[in-house]
Design a protein around this ligand. Structure first.
Ligand SMILES: NC(=O)c1ccc[n+]([C@@H]2O[C@H](COP(=O)([O-])OP(=O)(O)OC[C@H]3O[C@@H](n4cnc5c(N)ncnc54)[C@H](OP(=O)(O)O)[C@@H]3O)[C@@H](O)[C@H]2O)c1
Length: 345
């Protein structure tokens, strides 16, 4: 990192540290947990670490980035430190996010006992493609980077065609050895899970998928519920791109809440595990305050929110799935192994 960037980062880190004197959020300390199918329990709310702490490569880019973001340049260590201080205890991590070392530093600095944390990570598609030894190496690297002896949960990030089942079978071995307590999948369609279950001994504990009122895939949710697989919802805030939606705003006004809180409340009310990401402390606090609102949403709210998913959104999801299952592998988008007729709804 260049000097100007390092200085800016250090100053922001110091300022963020000083601001950690406000009271903790009681809503996080009393937040519900979700029972997983392997007998463990999972906090229903956590903090997403994707795109947390991106540091521009050059000092000039750092200055431009700082101006665009209102003057803030912060590392993943600072941001995750804030999330832990606000009260988040479940951290959703991944090798792909490129910041597990910094997340590990934040955990160490926080001095929060390991047993109070719930740490999840995922294996990226290049390793899934390379096979079981590469998958195990990623598990071991996440353990090192996050500075922990075990992970609470570890997932296959994408169902890479022809490769994802072997990756999952290796995770079963890691689980038997105690390196990871629970195992699961991410971005799996119903058909991927069916393929997996033909060979797996352990039913995945979770499927981490995009889940929000704009991508409410009821058939998939019904299938997962029947199999005892919980949804970990990513992009529950629709990546910050739905806050102007009139329905979201109408429900927010009705309950004196913010649009982000409506999306979070909808997510937890559906029984999903909620893991919003924000680089801003005040938003971390806002996002955690959703459980009372979830209980207050009524049938009228749900009928309006549940109707926001369009056929176009489902088609866009299918196209993205076909592209992403081969990302960062030697396979291309015409590969015959890609499932073209998945249960998208
Ligand atoms: N398995 C997968 O393939 C996959 C894919 C995507 C994500 N994930 C996981 O899911 C987590 C969450 O998803 P996500 O990060 O993609 O998106 P998200 O949580 O839906 O949305 C994050 C965006 O919303 C903004 N935001 C957050 N709280 C806000 C608030 N109260 N008011 C206004 N804006 C707010 C954030 O901006 P600021 O940061 O500027 O506040 C950011 O731009 C990720 O961090 C990652 O852990 C997994």
């Amino acid at each position: 990192m260049r000097l100007a960037s390092r200085l800016a980062t250090a100053m922001i880190g110091a300022a963020r540290g000083l601001s950690r004197s406000s009271p903790r959020m009681s809503s996080l300390s009393s937040a519900p947990t979700v029972a997983l199918n392997d007998g463990t329990s999972h906090p229903q709310i956590g903090f997403g670490t994707y795109k947390v702490g991106f540091i521009p490569a050059s000092a000039s880019a750092a200055v431009a980035g700082a101006e665009e973001s209102g003057g803030e340049v912060a590392t993943a260590t600072d941001i995750v430190g804030d999330a832990l201080d606000v009260g988040y205890r479940f951290l959703d991590c991944a090798q792909f996010y490129g910041n597990e070392v910094q997340v590990g530093e934040a955990i160490k600095t926080s001095k929060i006992p390991r047993s109070d944390l719930y740490l999840a990570s995922k294996c990226w598609s290049d390793a899934i493609y390379d096979g079981p030894a590469a998958v195990r190496a990623q598990v071991e690297r996440s353990l090192r980077d996050l500075n922990t002896e075990y992970l609470d949960l570890y997932l296959v990030h994408w169902p890479v065609p022809g490769k994802h089942v072997a990756a999952y079978l290796e995770l079963e071995k890691c689980q038997a050895e105690g390196l990871v307590k629970s195992i699961g999948v991410s971005n799996y369609a119903v058909e991927d899970i069916e393929e997996l279950l033909r060979e797996a001994s352990v039913v995945p504990a979770v499927n981490q998928i995009e889940f929000n009122p704009f991508l409410y895939r009821r058939k998939t949710l019904d299938y997962l519920t029947k199999k005892g697989i919980k949804i970990q919802a990513y992009r529950a805030l629709r990546d910050g791109k739905a806050f102007d939606d009139p329905t979201i705003n109408a429900v927010a006004s009705r309950h004196g809440a913010t649009p982000a809180q409506v999306l979070g409340a909808w997510c937890v009310a559906k029984g999903a595990i909620y893991m919003p990401k924000s680089t801003r402390r005040e938003r971390m606090v806002e996002n955690a305050d959703v459980f009372d609102l979830a209980a207050a949403l009524d049938a009228d709210d749900f009928s309006r929110l549940d109707a926001l998913t369009t056929p176009e959104a489902i088609a866009a999801y299918k196209a993205l799935y076909e592209k992403c299952v081969v990302r960062d592998t030697p396979l291309d988008e015409s590969d015959p192994g890609i499932k073209r007729d998945i249960t998208a709804g």
